[in-house]
Design a protein around this ligand. Structure first.
Ligand SMILES: [Mn+2]
Length: 405
């Protein structure tokens, strides 16, 4: 079975108030060309289709047209879409019945029958082209906070909810798979030991789950949520984050791609990547921080016709007045867009912990947890303990969850 694995599209994401629909539409067109060429049996999108849980009409339209052209590029292909933590699980499912006519299966949430039983069937999708035999199965789990997974057995502990769900789902898939075809599991979460370089935890920090909690018996685990592409060590090459097709922030300096995976039951999957070209790259200028005037000069010398998003990499001197205005002015009339100034300190760690030294942008770049730690340090005169941090992170998670409901 040939799988195209992609995730974390973050459609509708804006970068420092710049609309990114141009490059997002371009990505969808590239994906349609890749699908036309590769003719996969199945495409899995492992969550975070949209960046905002309430995407604009224009963004939803971009998604619909993009998905239709991807479907037309390979009408035999099954598409499985799951909700990530950025997506609204219920909104994503609104037109799921319509999408089924285009072989697109949308799994936004876990559903119960009126008798309270969990509908596990919803999460197991047979990969069967309209004109052929079943080629394999996808067991699809949308993003759900660990404590919100159903209690499948009456006396299961709170901590076992997630684990029990994955185990029950895989058991069911294995039972259905009488012909020993490949099974793909897909999930949107953070697995222990993965490299979250460039990942903006403030955009949805989640607890890390041990790989073993996701069960056994799948031939490939298609993961979403972490933006840096990677095959997990200790997974026998079976578990992979395909990464973002377009960078969501300036820290995502690695190459972006979609993954193509050849899967045979019981065998090690063969993985390759197909690069996604970003017509509007995110550029840090200059590559190493320089004093403001020199950094500004680099922006002034930046080619007029080269499209890019620019962040100025400045060695912190003191708060020079009017820096942002001067940088905006320098980018005027050019194809590039100035985003913000990253100020770097060469001072000791102690100073970097002093909140009074931060400017507004630096505060905005921090996660709620980081700000809470700074607040604690300033008021208590000591760093927050591990246990405190854990509780605080849990509390923040609860608040976020309430916001998305
Ligand atoms: Mn995510």
């Amino acid at each position: 079975m040939k799988l195209l694995h992609t995730s974390d599209w973050h459609l509708g994401h804006t970068l420092y108030n710049y609309d990114r629909s141009y490059e997002q539409t371009d990505f969808l067109a590239q994906l349609a060309r890749i699908v036309a060429k590769e003719q996969p049996d199945v495409m899995v999108i492992s969550g975070d289709i949209y960046h905002y849980s309430n995407p604009s009409a224009a963004t939803q339209r971009m998604y619909t047209e993009g998905m239709l052209s991807i479907h037309q590029a390979c009408p035999e292909m099954t598409i499985v879409v799951t909700a990530g933590n950025h997506d609204s699980s219920s909104k994503l499912e609104i037109d799921s019945s319509l999408w089924k006519h285009f072989s697109v299966h949308v799994i936004g949430s876990i559903e119960r029958y009126p008798n309270g039983q969990v509908n596990l069937d919803k999460h197991i999708i047979a990969i069967r082209p309209p004109s052929g035999e079943t080629k394999g199965y996808v067991a699809a789990v949308p993003h759900v906070y660990p404590q919100n997974f159903p209690l499948l057995t009456p006396n299961a502990s709170r901590d076992q909810r997630l684990k029990n769900f994955f185990h029950a789902l895989l058991d069911k898939a294995i039972r259905e798979n009488v012909r020993h075809l490949p099974i793909v599991l897909t999930a949107h979460l953070s697995v222990d030991g993965s490299d979250s370089t460039g990942h903006d935890e403030s955009a949805g920090g989640m607890e890390y789950v041990p790989l073993s909690d996701l069960g056994q018996g799948y031939d490939y685990l298609a993961l979403g949520h972490i933006h840096c592409p990677q095959t997990l060590r200790n997974s026998q090459q079976r578990a992979r984050y395909c990464g973002t097709p377009l960078p969501v922030n300036f820290e995502e300096t690695y190459p972006h791609s979609v993954s193509l995976v050849e899967i045979e039951a019981g065998q090690k999957p063969e993985i390759r990547t197909v690069a996604i070209h970003n017509p509007l790259p995110l550029v840090t200028l200059p590559p190493s921080p320089l004093p403001f005037n020199e950094a500004l000069q680099a922006l002034e010398e930046f080619p007029e016709d080269r499209p890019a998003y620019i962040r100025l990499n400045v060695l912190f001197e003191s708060n020079l007045p009017g820096c942002n205005e001067r940088a905006s002015q320098a980018a005027k009339g050019k194809a590039c867009k100035f985003c913000y100034i990253k100020s770097n300190r060469k001072t000791a760690l102690q100073d970097t912990m002093n909140p009074h030294l931060y400017n507004l942008q630096e505060f905005l770049d921090k996660s709620p947890l980081e700000i809470a730690c700074l607040y604690y340090l300033e008021n208590e005169g000591e760093e927050m303990s591990e246990e405190m941090r854990r509780l605080m992170s849990l509390a923040i998670q609860q608040v976020k969850q309430k916001q998305t409901l």
